[in-house]
Write a protein that binds this ligand. Structure first.
Ligand code: MRU
Length: 362
């Protein structure tokens, strides 16, 4: 057992064992249990049941997952290999619909199969491993870079509000929305952070408050319906949130309740920043209304986190896992290649141009 939750890897590959090792996030903060995922069903379940969650961490898990499943395919024939690969890829891709990082990572892995179709199946499997490891390594750099850009938007002593968990537990390191907080912490910025508890699955209370506290950050937990009050009190200088999919016009899907925070921030003139790896920006999705929003079981609202059921039997429940924040409520979108501002269409073009240029140098 390690002393601090921050010392654990969110998602790790144990290639020799043929497994992905994750922290079961449904048990945090009460219990730190590492679990091993080997089969397609185990990987699918871990993503669906939020044992591993957060857009970037889902992407890394999918990449390791499809590599391990590809390794189990017993054929030397490319066509047979690819057919089975596609089947497994589509299955993993069906685990959650909103976070684009899932399909983004799986597409990247499929691209490796296609680009190496003339090679032996064994060599393709090796190339898949290299790509999956690269996806995880890149995630660390991406989050750090988002943190550096994000830090340029705030000053020492600021109050920062965040929603859900876009922290280290949702990524490979630093988190996205928490990256400016962690980098600021290293520089002695002494931020005061407000973490929304984030109903119904409490990612803010169970995960964000936990990891910030474990890192020595000054964090105050509030219920979701308290954010307007702390804003009105003048305690919040900036809001930082993560995202699961950003449409081409800047509309952003993130954990349910995010858009309410954005509306309140606008009312109180507080900048609202979305931290978005470019892998989460989906230029193929025109606007937020085209983003598929995951709906989850009613039990998550009525009973899951209570000792006993807290809603009458038979009541109708609506439980969307995400909402879309309209782009005009967003002050800026912080990516690893710079800060995008409205009009986001043109700003994204600039960001992706920079990404292409930097990548071509490597
Ligand atoms: O349902 P979850 O816990 O996967 O939702 C997570 C979020 O909404 C995060 O804010 C988002 O994935 C960004 S994580 C860096």
């Amino acid at each position: 057992m390690k002393d601090n939750i921050m010392e654990y890897e969110t998602v790790e590959l144990d290639d020799e064992d043929g497994s992905i090792v994750i922290i079961d996030q449904t048990l945090l903060p009460g219990k730190t249990e590492l679990i091993r995922l080997k089969t397609a069903q185990e990987i699918w379940d871990a993503i669906y049941f939020l044992k591993v969650r957060g857009a970037p961490a889902i992407g890394v898990t999918a990449a390791f997952g499809i590599y391990l499943l590809a390794k189990q395919i017993k054929t030397d024939d490319y066509d047979n290999f690819y057919k089975e690969f596609k089947k497994q890829k589509d299955y993993l891709n069906s685990s959650r619909p909103t976070a684009v990082n899932l399909s983004w990572a799986l597409e990247r892995m499929e691209g490796i199969c296609l680009a190496n179709k003339d090679k032996r199946v064994g060599q393709i499997k090796e190339a898949l491993k290299t790509e999956a490891v690269a996806i995880k390594e890149e995630d660390i750099w991406v989050c750090k870079s988002i943190g550096e850009y994000g830090l340029s938007l705030v000053k020492p002593g600021d109050g920062i509000l965040t929603h859900c968990n876009a922290g280290q537990l949702a990524t490979s390191k630093y988190g996205t929305a928490t990256a400016p907080i962690y980098l600021g912490q290293e520089k002695g910025y002494h931020f005061r952070v407000f973490a929304d508890e984030t109903r119904p699955l409490l990612q803010g209370a169970r995960l964000t408050a936990y990891e910030l506290l474990a890192s020595g950050v000054d964090v105050t937990l509030i219920c979701d319906n308290m954010s307007a009050m702390v804003m009105k009190n003048g305690w919040v200088n900036a809001v930082f949130v993560g995202c699961d999919r950003v449409a081409a016009n800047g509309d952003t899907a993130n954990k349910i309740g995010t858009s309410l925070v954005a509306v309140a921030a606008k009312r109180y003139n507080i900048p609202f920043y979305v931290c978005a790896p470019t892998s989460t920006i989906d230029l193929n999705t025109e606007t937020g209304s085209h983003i598929r929003i995951e709906e989850r079981p009613a039990e998550e609202v009525t009973q899951m986190w209570y000792k006993e059921r807290m809603a009458p039997e038979g009541v109708k429940v609506y439980n969307p896992a995400f909402d879309v924040t309209d782009h005009d409520l967003i002050t800026a979108i912080v990516t690893e290649y710079g800060i995008a501002k409205a009009p986001f269409e043109t700003s994204f073009q600039e960001i992706f141009r920079k990404k292409k240029k930097e990548k071509s140098k490597k």
